[in-house]
Design a protein around this ligand. Structure first.
Ligand code: BGC
Length: 348
């Protein structure tokens, strides 16, 4: 296991962004940058031993700063959407930045994703990022300090451990927004990737992508991935939910089966397999529906529609306004802690 640190770029205000590369004994390399505590790249061998980056994003800081759809970024303090950018906690009403359609608050308007985090190498296989968001940012209450530690193990696990604490009562929901393409970057889209997900329910959305409050069974729908199915097989079905989101962009309620991956994705040409494990109640399956090829990504390739899939582990979207969803409210001084793990392997 070895770690290498290099210069990645300078922010417009002169702050330096660094690249951290961790390589394990199987030639898997995890790359991170401290802008947005971003998972910059994950290089992994295919079934022939050929190594490719299996994430979609940008080679340079320029791409991250000008064209981002949160590629690889950590999102917080409240990942995903809050209806009308408004909620109340105790007897206080909050109006957040309405950065989507001048209406919804999406990904806390980049509160943590656009920040340059502090980074410390804590081991030959691990980097800890930390950032404090000042009271009032994007309309949230309280100074919130978050830590995200990434580590890579010799059995090809990428472990992302989040912790956060605020000095006032607040809502907390951290995720990572990495887009995977197991073929290796954006050579082709991910519609032929086969997905299996232990989720018996999902949360349908309205025209603003806000959950309606219903927790709907996946049985008999295009949302049933309990048995493996390619991402593309049903994505264009005449299903109101798929039409609203132009594909999958929905929260799945994870069944949390002990010892089993929550999600497994396989790509048969490369033989690569990705498993995801989390302790959070939900995951947003986003299939890059709003990517349209106008933005140039890694290797000079356009980032086309469905170029990658995201598995954004999370509390359900709009939880602060949905009393029947698991609570994302944390009292002043109460610690949010969560771990999501991705394991990469090959099947011949
Ligand atoms: C959302 C998508 C959005 C993407 C990039 C995802 O978490 O669900 O609707 O386009 O993030 O912001």
């Amino acid at each position: 296991m070895k770690i290498n640190i290099s210069h990645y770029g300078f922010m417009p205000d002169g702050k330096e962004v660094k690249l951290y590369s961790i390589t394990n004994d199987n030639n898997v390399t995890l790359q991170l940058i401290n802008l947005g505590a971003t998972l910059q790249a994950l290089y992994a061998p295919d079934k022939f031993g050929r190594i490719s980056d299996i994430t979609v994003g940008f080679d340079s800081l320029y791409g991250h700063l000008n064209f981002t759809d949160y590629q690889g970024k950590v999102v917080g303090r409240y990942a995903n959407r809050i209806a009308n950018g408004a909620f109340s906690l105790g007897d206080k009403n909050y109006q957040l930045t309405q950065n989507e359609k001048d209406k919804t608050c999406l990904h806390s308007a980049g509160e943590f994703s656009d920040a340059v985090w502090n980074a410390i190498v804590i081991d030959t296989n691990a980097v800890e990022f930390s950032y404090t968001s000042p009271d009032g940012t994007a309309g949230f209450d309280g100074n919130l300090t978050a830590k995200v530690t990434y580590s890579l193990t010799d059995d090809n696990r990428v472990v992302i451990a989040y912790s956060a604490v605020c000095d006032k009562d607040t809502v907390i929901n951290f995720t990572n927004h990495v887009y995977f393409n197991l073929n290796g970057s954006a050579i082709s889209d991910v519609l032929d990737h086969e997905m299996q997900m232990n989720a018996s329910h999902y949360t349908p959305i309205d025209a603003d992508s806000i959950p309606t409050g219903e927790i709907r069974a996946v049985e008999g729908t295009a949302f049933d991935f309990r048995t493996p199915c390619t991402i593309g097989k049903r994505i264009n079905d005449n299903d109101e939910q798929l039409i609203l989101a132009k594909g999958y962009d929905h929260n799945f309620c994870l069944d949390g089966k002990d010892g089993e991956a929550d999600v497994t994705v396989k790509e048969s040409v490369s033989g690569r397999k990705l498993e995801m494990f989390t302790d959070l109640p939900g995951v947003q399956l986003y299939t890059g529906n709003f990517l349209d090829g106008t933005v140039i990504g890694k290797g000079g390739m356009p980032i086309v529609k469905h170029a990658g899939f995201c598995l954004e582990t999370q509390f359900y979207p709009d939880s602060p306004n949905q009393p029947n969803f698991p609570s994302c409210v944390f009292k002043a001084g109460e610690k949010f802690e969560s771990t999501t793990m991705f394991r990469i392997s090959v099947e011949k």
